[in-house]
Ligand binder design. Structure first.
Ligand code: NAP
Length: 480
């Protein structure tokens, strides 16, 4: 039963039998009923994770790595099956879902390779009287809370390093898209992950289930991916036990096109940075700043490309762009567009909610978006490109950094000096330089400012799940 809770290696119903519905966003019709964990179920998951911690930490790194590699291979073998599941519950096109399977599986492979490279160090103390031995050990049971927008990649990006480091975990997926995460847990179990290491608790009442875990001293780590507003709440709760936290939060990415940019590359980059995941990505380009000299041509070419896309159910092979996740999200996107238009922006394409079932919103380009419009301050999470013009490098840098977010910035220029200056000065954890895509298991993914704390992937990703321990060794000379 992959629509249940996964605790101690077994699928089971929630205490009391409560369930919640998962919808197909392309039709608004129910897709499945999923068990809704209670706080007692959540505690049972933490009990299990705590019990499994010592033996899992003692499992040879090579074995942990091989389990991840096997899970990677199973995901790739079942790419079509997983892609269909992602598309049905989250909405994106099958081509995009297939790409997510490869991307998510890539984190399992990457961290499978990192499992055997957890190192330490040995050195002579400053005054020469001691030796400094530094080891790294698993931080302990983790709570991993994930969003709905990438239901395979978001949990894989956390489960991979946790498994590699020797941590056990409780995963709380988003209620809009819990089926893929459940199927991922099934694959990890099949790949040999011992019972109790990974527990999954979908629930319709996230706060009630996670709050007691955050108060429990056995929990040693919280990794949250989601909105900045919820991240702040969880950070406040985590303060109670001084819990180690990592946060991947919201974004408000600037996409900057200088007059010396290769416009073909800039338009291509804009299509990727704006429309990947239907715009429902934390790294989606949110504010387009285009130099006044090229703004007319860039806007016309982007509008032509975006209006030529086929919008429809993700399961239809002809579809380029699927529906948004739910009515709440669609109303938010439509509201931001209406607000910008009321403030003086012009609609170049799209901009109207279509009739019919499903939560579709058309690819939309706005030009002349005034400074201070809500669409430039809030995360859109939809297929809307909001374009403003600028004149100077100093002006665009000031505008780009004028936000509490700092996840990623995109920069298109043919001038090396400008590329390096701007990359250094953008207050973001990541920069896409002449490229609309930054996600990569081998790179440190994460944000500055209120976009997050910590990094996923890359050489340092596993560190988030490891504690350093320093052992001071006396090295006095023999006294006689
Ligand atoms: P969200 O509303 O913050 O929810 C994220 C997760 O937190 C869901 O599982 C949600 O479950 C849970 N949650 C919400 N309130 C909670 C509480 N009080 N206690 C415990 N758990 C709680 O975000 P979302 O709408 O799912 O995802 C979109 C957001 O995620 C965007 O802001 C996006 O930028 C961000 N995101 C960031 C990254 C990154 O790497 N920086 C990646 C992907 C997405 P419920 O829905 O049941 O409350």
């Amino acid at each position: 039963m992959d629509k249940g809770l996964f605790i101690d290696g077994k699928w089971r119903a929630a205490t009391g039998g409560a369930t919640f519905p998962v919808e197909n966003p392309a039709t608004g019709e129910p897709l499945a009923e999923v068990a809704s964990a209670t706080p007692a179920d959540a505690m049972a998951a933490l009990d299990t994770a705590s019990r499994a911690q010592a033996s899992w930490a003692a499992t040879p790194p090579r074995r942990r790595g091989e389990i991840l590699r096997r899970a990677h291979d199973l995901l790739i073998e079942r790419e079509d099956e997983f892609a269909l599941l992602i598309t049905r519950e989250m909405g994106k096109s099958l081509a995009e879902s297939r790409a997510e399977v490869g991307y998510g599986a890539g984190y399992l492979r990457w961290f499978g390779e990192e499992a055997v490279r957890i190192d330490g160090s040995w050195k002579v103390s400053e005054d020469g009287t001691a030796r400094v031995l530094v080891t790294r050990q698993p931080v302990g049971p983790c709570l991993l809370i994930t969003p709905w927008n990438a239901p395979l990649a978001m949990p894989a990006r956390k489960i991979g390093p946790a498994v590699a480091a020797g941590c056990t975990m409780v995963v709380k997926p988003a209620p809009q898209a819990p089926l893929t995460t459940a199927a991922l847990a099934g694959v990890l179990a099949e790949a040999g992950l011992p019972d109790g290491v990974l527990n999954v608790i979908p629930t319709a009442d996230a706060a009630a289930c996670t709050e007691p875990l955050l108060r429990d001293g056995r929990l040693r780590k919280l990794w949250f991916t989601g909105s900045t507003a919820v991240g702040r709440l969880l950070l406040a709760q985590a303060a109670g036990t001084v819990l180690r936290t990592s946060m991947e939060l919201g974004g408000n990415a600037p996409f900057i096109v200088f007059p010396d940019a290769d416009l073909d590359a800039a338009v291509e980059g804009a299509m990727t940075a704006k429309l990947r995941n239907i715009g429902e990505a934390c790294i989606a380009a949110n504010r387009f700043h285009v130099h006044a000299d090229v703004a007319g041509e860039f806007s016309a070419r982007l509008s032509a490309r975006m209006s030529a896309l086929t919008v429809g159910p993700g399961t239809d092979p002809a579809t380029d762009l699927g529906p948004l996740i739910d009515e709440r999200q669609r109303s938010k996107v439509a509201g931001l567009v209406d607000d910008a238009v009321a403030a003086g922006a012009q609609v170049r394409t799209g901009g109207r909610v279509p009739a019919g079932p499903g939560y579709f919103y058309p690819p939309t380009v706005l030009t002349g978006v005034p400074a201070g419009a809500r669409i430039g301050r809030e995360e859109i999470f939809g297929p809307v490109a909001a374009i403003r013009t600028f004149e100077t490098e100093a002006e665009v840098l000031r505008e780009a950094n004028d936000t509490e977010f700092g996840l990623v910035g995109y920069l298109f220029t043919g001038d090396l000096g400008r590329a390096l200056r701007m990359s250094e000065r953008l207050e973001t954890g990541m920069v896409g330089l002449n490229r609309g895509y930054v996600s990569d298991p081998s790179a440190p993914f994460g944000g500055m400012k209120q976009s997050g704390i910590g990094r996923e992937g890359g050489d340092s990703g596993i560190d988030e799940y490891l504690e350093q321990k320093y052992i001071a060794i006396d090295f006095a000379e023999e006294s006689r």
